[in-house]
Write a protein that binds this ligand. Structure first.
Ligand code: GSH
Length: 233
């Protein structure tokens, strides 16, 4: 059991924009494990991460940020693992057994330059760049990004999900949260990137059942973006 660090009954403070994939992962862990917390919404599209107050807290000007009784932590991977070890949550989220833990660390080290990089690129090309630049989608760049993403999806299936229901073993871990939130992101443009990957679809369903209503709560903003875009078509 982890120690509970709710000093003087103060809930952990998190600064999030739920349109951000790593923020959703943090939000899901906090809500489905019922860690007492307070969410401070930071609207990236309004530049709220560039205010002097926010910059003072995180010089990188990025979300998510966690503040736990004066301890400031950035990077979703570090935040998730901190929450899972510092708070009284079921051990499966970040197992203590060294080899099981190493499996989680193995995925999360790989994640940033693979799942995150490639799924985020598709969202950037289809949603963010056209919105900010007022330009059409760059089809060549998009096809290239989709091909890189396919490579990553294949690896997720053949390497991480080869013989087990979750990415790092028999139960859900913080690695699954990081991964699913990235893989949901292209849905903002109406693109379900798992549609030709039944093994990953079954894994997504398992993750959804494991975290319950936290999943849809975290993704409500993304669903709304998808619905607005589809209504315009
Ligand atoms: N590696 C970081 C990435 C954080 C990150 O890139 N956050 C984005 C949103 S997904 C952000 O705050 N972007 C604002 C900006 O770069 O201006 C993590 O996993 O926490």
């Amino acid at each position: 059991m982890g120690s509970i660090s709710m000093a003087a009954g103060r809930p952990v403070q998190v600064y999030l924009d739920l349109l951000s994939q790593p923020c959703r992962a943090v939000y899901i862990l906090l809500t489905c494990t019922k860690i007492p917390h307070k969410v401070h919404a930071v609207a990236l599209r309004k530049g709220e991460h560039r205010t002097p107050e926010f910059t003072n807290m995180n010089l990188m000007q990025k979300v998510p940020v966690l503040v736990d009784s004066g301890f400031i932590l950035t990077e979703s991977d570090a935040i998730l693992k901190y929450l899972a070890t510092q708070y009284d949550v079921p051990e499966h989220w970040y197992p203590r057994q060294p080899q099981q833990r190493a499996r989680v660390d193995e995925y999360t080290a790989w994640h940033h330059t693979n799942t995150r990089a490639h799924a985020a690129k598709v969202f950037i090309l289809e949603v963010l760049l056209p919105r900010h630049m007022g330009s059409a989608v760059d089809k060549v760049a998009l096809n290239n990004a989709l091909s890189n993403l396919k490579n990553t999806l294949d690896k997720l299936e053949t390497m991480f999900l080869r013989r087990q229901p979750f990415l790092c073993g028999d139960d859900i871990t913080v690695a699954d949260l990081l991964a699913i939130c990235e893989l949901m992101q292209p849905l903002g443009a109406g693109r379900d990137i798992l549609k030709d990957h039944p093994q990953l679809q079954r894994w997504r369903s398992r993750v959804q059942s494991a975290v319950g209503k936290s999943f849809d709560e975290a993704h409500a903003v993304l669903y709304a973006l998808r619905d607005r875009r589809q209504a315009k078509m």
